[in-house]
Design a protein around this ligand. Structure first.
Ligand code: RNT
Ligand code: ZN
Length: 418
């Protein structure tokens, strides 16, 4: 089937394929830098384990070990993915020139100048994250620690990150979401659940007292249900994080990671719930298998449903900040990044190609039999042809054409990293 025939099949349902492609092309999706090096970063000893309840598994050869390697790898991914990208950085990816190392409470914008240069040369925006894990000052708590010295250190880190986010936003001329997530919690039943939450609340208040322009810096509060080694109690639970964001709407927004809820809860359903109250929200799109396993995102039902809600709720008009968050160390990392990014683009294009207005009328008029049939039949529309055309227009390889490029890069570059 040709692209023109496929386009006509959508037009028959009232869907404008060209408008859908143009819309998608303009929406930024934040590509997480941490898939490239198993979340290690450059500011601590890379042989030390990842902490904070998150874990990468696998030791596929070829992870990036330096800023140069990570940037080269990101460039490969950018060449293979359609759509508008931002780069999502963590504070631990600071780049220290000539022994100019600084601890996390002393980080400065200049430690991210090389990333600004990287983004400017490619016309990219950037998002940012303070790194409250994998560091000797995790005791193991950070912003909720009862040790005032520890808590202060992490508050100073958060403030430094606000300044860096403002710098990134100003240099790159695009807003910067700055996500606050900590792995603070306990392995076993705590004796005091309230104290850590009160300290966490005070710490976020202190971080957000650092001056910033809320049009440029969007601090986010990410909730979580549990992590590895912190199974019994999470300080930044769903209720804590959402309530914090709701009571501080003028200075931060909530962030939902779809790996951070009980298994029968779905973030797709939470998107309209939150957008009924918040002008803006943020998402981490990931794929949890039985827990927050951060598998590579696939074109699965929930990813498709999340994208449908983003589209239907007006999320593409700047109300939903979309980022990816996964890390698989068991397969080629460039392919992992690329499959996940392309899957989200596919899910979003499918959502834009859904006859949403017609379906809504069926629902509102109570025509549920018709709705069920129409929803099911829309699944076999000739989407592949439209996706291929979208890739061609973006100047990136179609499905079936990109993996060979990754394999060549693995042969010529990644396999030499020993
Ligand atoms: C962890 C959170 C968090 C991290 C990144 C690296 O469970 O999802 O967002 O994955 O900040
Ligand atoms: Zn996340």
């Amino acid at each position: 089937m040709s692209y023109e025939t496929a386009k006509a099949a959508y037009a028959a349902l009232g869907v404008d394929v060209d408008a859908a492609m143009a819309r998608l092309q303009s929406v930024p999706v934040s590509l997480h830098c941490w898939q490239g090096d198993d979340v290690r970063g450059f500011d601590t000893d890379p042989s030390k384990p990842l902490t904070g309840g998150i874990q990468t598994t696998g030791n596929y050869p070829g992870r990036a070990r330096t800023p140069e390697e990570l940037m080269a790898d990101i460039d490969e991914v950018l060449k293979l993915c359609p759509g508008t990208k931002k780069i999502n950085l963590h504070a631990s990816y600071a780049i220290f020139e000539d022994g100019d190392w600084a601890d996390r409470d002393k980080l400065e914008p200049r430690h991210f100048a090389r990333w600004v240069e990287f983004c400017k040369a490619r016309g990219l925006g950037a998002d940012f994250n303070p790194t409250f894990f994998s560091h000797p000052k995790c005791d193991p708590l950070t912003l909720s620690s009862p040790n005032e010295d520890t808590r202060r250190f992490w508050v100073e880190h958060g403030k430094a990150c606000i300044r860096i986010s403002q710098y990134l936003a100003e240099e790159l001329g695009q807003p910067c979401t700055m996500n606050i997530w900590t792995g603070d919690g306990f392995k076993d039943i705590p004796a005091d659940r309230m104290g850590p939450r009160q300290r966490y609340k005070a710490s976020i208040d202190e971080i957000l007292s650092e001056p910033y322009d809320f049009n440029k810096v969007k601090p986010c509060i990410e909730s979580k249900v549990f992590g590895i080694g912190v199974e019994a109690y999470t300080v930044g639970s769903a209720e804590f994080s959402l309530t914090y964001a709701a009571m501080n709407k003028e200075k931060c927004i909530p962030l939902m990671d779809n790996g951070h809820y009980h298994p029968t809860e779905v973030v797709s359903d939470k998107i309209p719930a939150l957008l009924a109250f918040f002008p803006e929200i943020a998402l981490h799109i990931t794929r949890p298998i039985r827990w927050d396993s951060d598998h590579v995102v696939r074109l699965d039902d929930e990813t498709q449903e999340i994208c449908k809600e983003i589209v239907r709720c007006g999320g593409l008009d700047g109300r939903v900040n979309i980022a990816l968050d996964y890390f698989d160390a068991s397969i080629n990392r460039i392919a992992a990044w690329t499959v996940g990014f392309r899957s989200v683009q596919k899910a979003m294009l499918q959502a834009l190609l859904t006859p949403n207005a017609a379906f809504k009328i069926m629902q509102d008029e109570g025509r549920f039999t018709e709705l069920l049939v129409a929803q099911e039949e829309s699944k076999t529309l000739p989407f592949g042809e439209i996706w291929a055309e979208y890739c061609r227009r973006a100047g990136v390889p179609e499905d079936g054409q990109w993996l060979a490029q990754v394999q060549a890069y693995e042969r010529d570059v990644l396999s030499k990293r020993v």
